[in-house]
Design a protein around this ligand. Structure first.
Ligand code: HEC
Ligand code: HEC
Ligand code: HEC
Ligand code: HEC
Ligand code: HEC
Ligand code: HEC
Ligand code: HEC
Length: 323
């Protein structure tokens, strides 16, 4: 009985606290809705839903019509993205405020990253100009020119920084790989750019043992992008012939991972436990890259002791051999 009472009152308390928090949250979101967010609601009442409603001026009635999936914006992701404080019309023409959207406005050319970020001190650490130069050499840019832009990977309504801010390596890997896989695993998106059939990514990497594990622990760009020391994220995706295939590139003391995926973690101190490339161990144990000098010494000692043991044994057998 006593326990049941406690359970029930505990449960009620949780409900109360949760309820209070909900109320608080709601209050907050009403108070903090910015002017830009309110302006965006006009676009989002159509673009955030499966359907939208418009006034058919000929038939003089309201019509409910479907919104194509490719034109839908995820409001939650938009308001978490790098450009969350923007109005839609900071990047799109004001004329989109009217619907049906006019033919001219639909032909607008999108703004480029460098239009806003180029030469701006505030964003110097990102090295936009260097990234642009690297991208220009990439296989995507050289083969597909205009149909491949920065926006092709940096989805305008969801892109946010990960590698620079997240401390959980696996989150960075998942975020970055999804950028590649959202197209290399999606026939519709792929064929919008290339006339060739989309290769099967899993089949093309079947030489990699335990592929799922590798794809969770390294990024596509580790093997496919030409590494430039000064850039946090390499942007020159090379043709497939130049991809990393040698196991030792990662599974060795001089693992390339220390210079790419783990470069920002490198600065923290070693623990003194004697592992190579210690920082990786927070996340992975990479065979060959995380050898331990103490364990190595112990195993050599065990090996030597075994040899001595065999020698002594042999000697004793010889000495005490019955004739
Ligand atoms: C009444 C609903 C409605 C409103 C409001 C609306 N749109 Fe649209 N929008 C659509 C539909 C439907 C399409 C699909 C093309 C079409 O039918 O014109 C579209 C297409 C678009 C396109 C793609 C154009 C193309 O052909 O590539 C953009 C960009 C766009 N809208 C931006 C906006 C912006 C920005 C706002 C707010 C300033 C906005 N829309 C407000 C319904 C709406
Ligand atoms: C940071 C700039 C930026 C902001 C802010 C922005 N867009 Fe876009 N949007 C773009 C770009 C660039 C494209 C074209 C993408 C492409 O061609 O690959 C685009 C494309 C679109 C499309 C066509 C579908 C597509 O994905 O190609 C729609 C619809 C759209 N935007 C609506 C909106 C709405 C609604 C908002 C506000 C909630 C908004 N956009 C805010 C840059 C932006
Ligand atoms: C219309 C101008 C405009 C365009 C186009 C644009 N940006 Fe931005 N971007 C900004 C502004 C302004 C901010 C700062 C937003 C804020 O602080 O709320 C920003 C923020 C960012 C940030 C976060 C910076 C930080 O310190 O947190 C990154 C990263 C970024 N943009 C990358 C890009 C990339 C990549 C592209 C192209 C794919 C792009 N931007 C296109 C204006 C733009
Ligand atoms: C093939 C896909 C792809 C293309 C094309 C691409 N990027 Fe990126 N970019 C990425 C990935 C993946 C990241 C890592 C995202 C993260 O974890 O923050 C990134 C990160 C960035 C960052 C943040 C780097 C940092 O130091 O934090 C900037 C800035 C950037 N890209 C700008 C650009 C610009 C400008 C272009 C076009 C000239 C471009 N990108 C084209 C895939 C791409
Ligand atoms: C929006 C689609 C899209 C995105 C996003 C994308 N790619 Fe691609 N990628 C393509 C297309 C299309 C080709 C060219 C295929 C062709 O021409 O047959 C290609 C080619 C490649 C190739 C060269 C293959 C060869 O034949 O030499 C590699 C490697 C590659 N991509 C890796 C990546 C990586 C890594 C990322 C993420 C950082 C990425 N891609 C992001 C569409 C995409
Ligand atoms: C361990 C290194 C490694 C990783 C990680 C890796 N790749 Fe590859 N990838 C390769 C190599 C090597 C090839 C060339 C395979 C061959 O043809 O021998 C290749 C081939 C490709 C091709 C060309 C397929 C074709 O034949 O047309 C694409 C596209 C590609 N990879 C995309 C990706 C994407 C997307 C990811 C991330 C999900 C990824 N790769 C992760 C090493 C890697
Ligand atoms: C781009 C770097 C990279 C390359 C190239 C690479 N690996 Fe790995 N490998 C890793 C990482 C990171 C892990 C994950 C360690 C973990 O699970 O914590 C791993 C894990 C493994 C594992 C353990 C998987 C399991 O089942 O536990 C084996 C075995 C392995 N790799 C073999 C290989 C072989 C063989 C090759 C060459 C054909 C290769 N790797 C190429 C980075 C790489």
């Amino acid at each position: 009985m006593k326990y049941a009472d406690k359970l029930i009152s505990g449960f009620l308390l949780i409900l109360l606290v949760a309820g209070a928090n909900l109320l608080k949250g709601e209050e907050k979101s009403v108070v903090t809705k910015t002017d830009n967010q309110r302006a965006n609601d006009h676009c989002l009442k159509c673009h955030a839903h499966n359907h939208f409603i418009y006034e058919n001026t000929v038939a003089k009635k309201q019509v409910k019509h479907k919104m194509e999936p490719g034109l839908r914006i995820d409001t939650v992701l938009f308001y978490q993205s790098n450009h969350k404080n923007f109005k839609c019309t900071d990047c799109h023409s004001e004329d989109f405020g009217k619907w049906p959207h006019s033919a001219e406005v639909r032909m607008e050319t999108p703004m480029l990253c460098l239009d806003c970020h180029g030469g701006d001190e505030k964003y110097a650490k990102f090295q936009f100009e260097k990234i642009e130069a690297e991208f220009a050499q990439s296989t995507h840019a050289t083969r597909h020119g205009d149909s491949f832009s920065c926006w092709t990977c940096h989805e305008p309504h969801t892109y946010k920084i990960s590698a620079r801010n997240d401390s959980v390596i696996n989150k960075i890997i998942a975020y970055d790989n999804n950028i590649c896989l959202s197209c290399h695993n999606n026939v519709n998106k792929f064929e919008l750019i290339s006339d060739n059939a989309k290769p099967n990514i899993i089949a093309k990497h079947d030489w990699l043992p335990n592929q799922a594990r590798h794809f969770q622990n390294v990024r596509c760009i580790e093997c496919h992008a030409h590494k430039k020391d000064s850039l946090l994220v390499a942007h020159n995706i090379m043709p497939k012939e130049k991809a990393v295939k040698l196991c030792q590139e990662c599974h060795s003391k001089n693992s390339i991972l220390m210079n790419s995926l783990y470069q920002y973690q490198l600065k923290s101190k070693a623990t003194g436990l004697g592992f190579d490339n210690e920082k990786m161990l927070d996340n992975s144990y990479v065979i060959g890259a995380n050898r331990n000098i103490y364990l190595n010494r112990i195993s050599i000692a065990i090996f030597l002791l075994t040899l001595i043991g065999i020698a002594v044994h042999t000697l004793l057998r010889i000495i005490f051999k019955k004739h």
